[in-house]
Design a protein around this ligand. Structure first.
Ligand SMILES: C[S@@+](CC[C@H](N)C(=O)[O-])C[C@H]1O[C@@H](n2cnc3c(N)ncnc32)[C@H](O)[C@@H]1O
Length: 241
């Protein structure tokens, strides 16, 4: 048996065995008290979450669902709460998002949900969108509304080169590798330079690899998993300094 503390996180957690619940997709998570969290949600953040949830109740993303190639994938788009796409679109509307930045492009579901609600979207990945085996993008989506940049925002030089755009964004969706390495490295650079009022959305905060990263975020923040993605949705807003 290899020493668990020497294994990468994604292998270490497999040593826990099978979780005691049946569902289409199951992963281990952990629960933790919030009374001893340093950062609590502000009243404005609670208002944003509840207003966005109310808006999400009444919107549908049928054009995006129509781009999907399988019934299962199409079902995720309008499945809310449980998936986060309707909440993302609602946040664009209620927070008046002009520019949204997404970290982690993959098939484009997140970027297209944000853009469909009226945001300009700049999405980052290590892989060009047309090199994934499957994509919901059409080539003509990449006009003045959606652009993709290839680069690693955990790298200090690349981060510095993107700083103006990161600070210009009204909303930043962090949906990258969740490998226990990228997100803490990126956030350690991003949090000190955020502009007051910028909204952060973190996907998958209930995944074991993301628990401590979410806990360590020193911004007014709220776990909105029950109003977002079943694997964990975190919402935070940068305060006045
Ligand atoms: C969960 S997927 C993103 C899903 C996408 N946001 C959506 O809504 O369909 C994670 C993505 O992060 C990308 N990724 C991995 N490391 C990255 C990094 N350092 N910077 C940006 N993206 C990265 C992967 O290539 C993958 O496309």
């Amino acid at each position: 048996m290899p020493r668990a503390d020497l294994l990468p996180l994604k292998y270490r957690y497999r040593l826990l065995g099978t979780p005691p619940v049946s569902a289409r997709h199951v992963e281990w998570s952990a629960i933790a008290s919030t009374d001893d969290e340093r950062m609590q949600p502000s009243d404005d953040l609670l208002g944003l979450a509840l207003t966005a949830a109310e808006r999400a109740r009444h919107l549908r993303l049928d054009d995006l669902a129509a781009r999907c190639q399988t019934p299962l994938e199409a079902s995720w788009i309008n499945h809310w709460p449980g998936e986060h796409y309707r909440l993302l679109a609602a946040l664009v509307e209620v927070a008046g998002v002009d520019l949204a930045i997404e970290v982690g492009t993959y098939t484009g579901m997140g970027a297209l949900a944000l853009a469909g609600a009226g945001a300009r979207v700049q999405t980052y990945d290590l892989v060009p969108w047309d090199q994934f085996s499957h994509t919901l993008f059409h080539r003509d989506d990449f006009d003045d509304r959606i652009s993709q940049r290839i680069g690693d925002l955990a790298n200090q030089d690349y981060f510095d080169s993107q700083l103006d755009d990161l600070r210009a964004a009204d909303l930043i969706l962090i949906d990258g590798p969740k490998d226990g390495v990228f997100e803490p490295a990126f956030l350690s650079k991003l949090l000190p330079v955020l502009r007051a009022g910028q909204v952060l959305v973190l996907d998958d905060i209930r995944k074991l690899q993301m628990l401590q990263t979410w806990r360590d975020i020193s911004l007014p923040k709220l776990d909105v998993t029950s109003l977002g993605h079943w694997s964990g949705t975190g919402l935070a807003v940068a305060p006045q300094k």
